[in-house]
Design a protein around this ligand. Structure first.
Ligand SMILES: [Zn+2]
Length: 132
C-alpha cells in the first residue's frame, strides 16, 4: 500500500486523541477499504509511557471484531511521538506486526504533523497521506 486517504475530520479525531494524552504516547487503528480510511478507532495505550505504546489487548480485540463486523479492513495503526522522532523508531520497526500503514503523529513547531510509513523486513519507507 503506497498511500492512505483520510478526511480532515478523521485527522482531527486522531490529533485530538493524541493531543489529549500528551506527553504520553497515544494510539489507535484506521479501518476502511482499499486505501481509503472510513473509521478512526482510538485504543488505550496500556504502557502509559511517553516513549512507547502497547495497545490494550481487550480494546484492540474489540476494535478488530468491530472492523470485521463492518466488513472493513485494517489499513493503518497510528500513534504519537510526543517528543519525536517524526519517523518510526527502532522499537516500532521491531514491533511492526501488521502489513498496514504506520501513521506517526509528532508535534512540529507547536502543531501536530502526521506522516505515514510502510515497515517491511526491518526497514521503512514513507508513504503519502492524502487529506480531503
Ligand atoms: Zn513509535
Amino acid at each position: 500500500m503506497h498511500s492512505l486517504t483520510l478526511t480532515e475530520e478523521q485527522l482531527q479525531k486522531m490529533l485530538a486523541h493524541v493531543d489529549s494524552h500528551a506527553p504520553l504516547e497515544a494510539c489507535g487503528l484506521l479501518a476502511g477499504h482499499d486505501s481509503k480510511v472510513e473509521s478512526v478507532l482510538v485504543v488505550t495505550n496500556q504502557a502509559q509511557s511517553p516513549v512507547r505504546y502497547v495497545m490494550d489487548p481487550i480494546e484492540q480485540l474489540q476494535a478488530f471484531e468491530w472492523i470485521d463486523a463492518k466488513g472493513l479492513d485494517l489499513l493503518g495503526i497510528f500513534h504519537s511521538h510526543p517528543t519525536g522522532p517524526e519517523t518510526v523508531s527502532q522499537t516500532d520497526i521491531e514491533q511492526a506486526a501488521y502489513a498496514v500503514v504506520y501513521v506517526i503523529l509528532t508535534p512540529v513547531d507547536g502543531s501536530w504533523r502526521a506522516r505515514g510509513f510502510w515497515i517491511e523486513d526491518g526497514k521503512y519507507n514513507e508513504v503519502a497521506l492524502h487529506f480531503q
